[in-house]
Ligand binder design. Structure first.
Ligand SMILES: [Fe+2]
Length: 311
């Protein structure tokens, strides 16, 4: 457990979360239970702020943006009753957003404020599960950039890695296997059942999902950065990611967790689920929590189709 000494040696993990479809906001799932565990550990272990890059906010031009809207309105979420999220407070931290802007500028990154930002489900979907009491820890959101240059996005994580030693949780929210053009939406459209799997996922989805997990699990330090970036040259990358937007947050997270001092520190696959036939929503913890439990528990009993243990 954290003591009152805000010792600089305390370092928090980074995360890459696969947020899946919009229905992941409203339906219980193994990742949702995992996100709740991460939120609980964040509070228990003394996290003070969250900095996220989500897949759905990418700006045009050569720059990046940091949201500076103190009360961002929520963009609508398809297939989810607004009652499930409309009152959730993302607790946006404008002061820290300005600090993040300065940090990025100091690193030579063209980063600009965005006071008109509207929050999107890619971030508050996860935060809503992390903080079931209805209010996030203070939050800052960083854009991606439409060039989808992996090295640029890696540098954002590199520039902010040191925030992990300032009681800050760095999170990328995208998708491990996330190709909307190769999903099967009929069960969600007609029956609001995003988890129905009429048949097993296609081989390319299984293969790339495994390659993604191998890259994260069996590399650390700069090797992690190289391995995650190299996935964009994997022969099945374009099958798994028709567009690059849901992969950039993974590269941001690898940048935040792949410094030379991260060499030898393990990275962990967390909970996952399949949705819409071919979407693999795997979660990853990069590095240890500073206190026990060092690794976020994967809540087996909350997996879909598995009954909870007796009380
Ligand atoms: Fe998404």
């Amino acid at each position: 457990m954290p003591s009152s000494d805000a010792d600089a040696a305390v370092e928090f993990p980074a995360f890459f979360f696969s947020h899946g479809s919009t229905m992941m906001l409203g339906e219980p799932s193994a990742p949702a239970a995992y996100w709740e565990q991460v939120g609980r550990l964040a509070i228990e272990q003394g996290v003070e702020r969250i900095v996220m890059m989500g897949a759905h906010w990418h700006v045009e031009g050569d720059h990046f943006e940091v949201a500076t809207n103190p009360k961002p309105s929520k963009q609508p979420v398809a297939w989810v009753d607004p009652k499930k999220y409309i009152n959730f407070d993302p607790n946006y931290d404008v002061d820290f957003a300005q600090h993040v802007l300065r940090e990025l500028e100091d690193a030579g990154i063209d980063a600009r404020p965005c006071p008109k930002f509207e929050i999107i489900h890619d971030t508050f979907l996860i935060l809503k599960w992390m903080f079931p009491r209805g209010k996030s820890l203070p939050l800052v959101i960083i854009s991606s950039n439409v060039h989808f240059d992996p090295h640029q996005h890696l540098q954002i994580g590199v520039a902010l890695r040191h925030l992990r030693r300032q009681r800050c949780l760095l999170i990328g929210s995208g998708g491990a296997v996330h190709n909307l053009y190769r999903n099967s939406f009929s069960q969600a459209v007609f029956h609001r059942d995003n988890f129905a799997q009429e048949r097993q996922p296609e081989q390319w989805a299984l293969d790339f999902g495994q390659a993604f997990s191998d890259a994260v699990q069996y590399n650390s330090g700069p090797g992690l950065r190289r391995a995650v970036t190299r996935l964009m040259m994997h022969p099945q990358f374009r099958d798994a990611h028709a567009t690059d937007d849901h992969f950039m947050p993974a590269i941001f997270a690898a940048g935040a967790a792949g410094a030379p001092e991260d060499e030898g520190k393990p990275n962990f696959p967390g909970a996952e689920c399949w949705e819409l036939l071919n979407m693999r929503n795997t979660q990853y913890q990069l590095g240890y929590w500073p206190y026990e439990p060092r690794v976020t528990e994967v809540p087996e009993h909350k997996k879909i189709g598995i009954a909870p243990p007796p009380a």
